[in-house]
Write a protein that binds this ligand. Structure first.
Ligand code: HEC
Ligand code: HEC
Length: 426
């Protein structure tokens, strides 16, 4: 009797028209995913820069062992993530690889937001010991000595520094050498002007990569199609959307409270929270997240307000400089987008949860939640939903998955014969 009643009730819920408030909330979860141009990057919309960026993205030649590219961890076949809890480049990393689909819609990059632009983010992997393990000058020499990369670089950014001169420009040098002190000594020995020229050229590589990355915007999802139909009052098209997903959507924007943090077209507030997910290594969390991220960002010469930015007065730049650290940010991580979850398991900043169901069970029970004694947000309450309600939420989340990207964005670009135009098209 009770079961029959529950079925009738849930059918009714699925077909009850959405209220005006619900419609407004639902419409807010869709909308254009094309990001507004980043004015700190003057080649953001330059197709020749994007082509170079795509080439760099798939190039394994920048890593110490010639085997790791950006695509090793951000593999187009798994939503530009790696399908593992923690990544392996040259060594094992300590945070989960995020998907790069729709990444340009984010305001801060990395789980701790330690980069404020996509281009400055792209500079980190080159010099990180566990990613490419390379250094600034080795990276620039490779671009300089490779005819295709050099031609494409110079067509976008103008001449490279005179890297043929190995006395002025040693093979290995960087201010950020993590392990090798000879690499930092070699950097110290360079003239300030040459260091500056190399930093500028290095920042340009990041800008080219960003010009490619912001194109990783897949077509609309089933959910977006549903919203379009809802806004047009097209009940026939609305009926295409599964009933269980519709019930899950209603929970998501209502009782489940998910939209407190997961809202807007990316289903992310683009900010940082401590949700108390137990760390993958057990025990207490060791990763300070945003707390440390702000410090690293404000010290980074490649930040939006720094000298390599093309718009040092932008809102992006000003907001970085005015960020303040408060103790709530210790252990806080950026709210991830909830799009394309079908491709991006496992989930969370250490890949703690293998499946979406595990994520939902966590929110449902908050079992094993880690509460730190210093200030922590207390937004989350156990949901206490039934298994059917969790099924509905899961069905809704799955409708946020898009069809695949255009194939030309997901592979290493071919090389056009010398002489043909790789020049700017506009
Ligand atoms: C060894 C694996 C690995 C390699 C190689 C790698 N990444 Fe990542 N990437 C990660 C991990 C792990 C994170 C998250 C790290 C963190 O938040 O501290 C990340 C974060 C990012 C982000 C931020 C995404 C977001 O949502 O904020 C972007 C963008 C990105 N990588 C692009 C690149 C580019 C471009 C390259 C090549 C130049 C690259 N990655 C190479 C593993 C890798
Ligand atoms: C207080 C803000 C907040 C609320 C409320 C919230 N989330 Fe989250 N969500 C986050 C943050 C922050 C993370 C990343 C946490 C981490 O990795 O440590 C996250 C991660 C996730 C992930 C993993 C995504 C990925 O790619 O790793 C899913 C799925 C998710 N949330 C769904 C939900 C659902 C469904 C609800 C409602 C039941 C919800 N969230 C409520 C902030 C929130």
């Amino acid at each position: 009797m009770m079961a029959a009643l529950a079925v009738i009730l849930s059918c009714l819920l699925a077909t009850t028209p959405f209220t005006d408030t619900e419609r407004r909330r639902i419409a807010g979860l869709s909308g254009s995913l094309e990001s507004t141009p980043d004015t700190t990057n003057k080649v953001w919309n330059d197709p020749a820069a994007a082509l170079l960026g795509q080439r760099l993205f798939f190039d394994t030649g920048f890593s110490l062992n010639d085997q790791v590219s950006c695509a090793t961890c951000h593999d187009p076949a798994t939503g530009f993530a790696d399908g593992k809890p923690l990544p392996t480049g040259l060594a094992k990393g300590s945070r989960h690889t995020p998907s790069l689909l729709n990444v340009a819609g984010q305001r801060w990059f990395f789980w701790d937001g330690r980069a404020d632009t996509l281009w400055s983010q792209a500079l980190h992997p080159f010099e990180r010991a566990e990613e490419f393990g390379s250094n600034r000058l080795a990276v620039l020499h490779r671009v300089h000595d490779d005819p295709v990369l050099r031609r494409e670089y110079e067509s976008v950014f103008g001449p490279m520094p005179p890297l043929d001169d190995h006395v002025r420009f040693p093979s290995d040098a960087s201010p950020d050498a993590e392990r090798d002190s000879t690499v930092s000594t070699a950097w110290e020995a360079m003239s300030k002007a040459d260091q500056q020229a190399c930093n500028r050229a290095f920042s340009n590589l990041g800008k080219a990569i960003a010009a490619y990355e912001h194109r990783l915007v897949p077509p609309p999802s089933r959910f977006d199609e549903f919203v379009t139909a809802m806004l047009a009052d097209d009940s026939e098209a609305m009926a295409e959307y599964p009933e269980d997903a519709r019930r899950g959507l209603r929970l998501f924007i209502g009782e489940a409270g998910c939209r407190q943090c997961h809202f807007g077209p990316l289903l992310s507030d683009l900010e940082f929270h401590n949700t108390g997910i137990p760390p993958g290594h057990g025990g207490l969390p060791k990763d300070a997240g945003r707390w440390e991220g702000i410090k690293l960002l404000q010290a980074n010469p490649f930040r939006a307000s720094g000298q390599f930015s093309d718009d040092q007065e932008s809102i992006r730049a000003l907001s970085t400089d005015s960020l303040a650290r408060n103790s709530e940010l210790w252990g806080a991580f950026r709210t991830p987008s909830l799009r394309n979850l079908n491709q991006t398991a496992p989930y969370m900043h250490q890949g703690q949860f293998e499946s979406l169901r595990e994520v939902l069970v966590f929110y449902n029970t908050l079992e094993e939640m880690v509460v730190l004694d210093h200030h922590q947000e207390t937004v989350l309450q156990p949901l206490g939903f039934t298994e059917n309600q969790l099924d509905d939420l899961e069905s809704f989340l799955m409708t946020l998955s898009s069809p695949e990207l255009a194939p030309e964005l997901t592979r290493k670009p071919g090389v056009e014969p010398t002489g043909s135009s790789t020049e700017k098209q506009d």
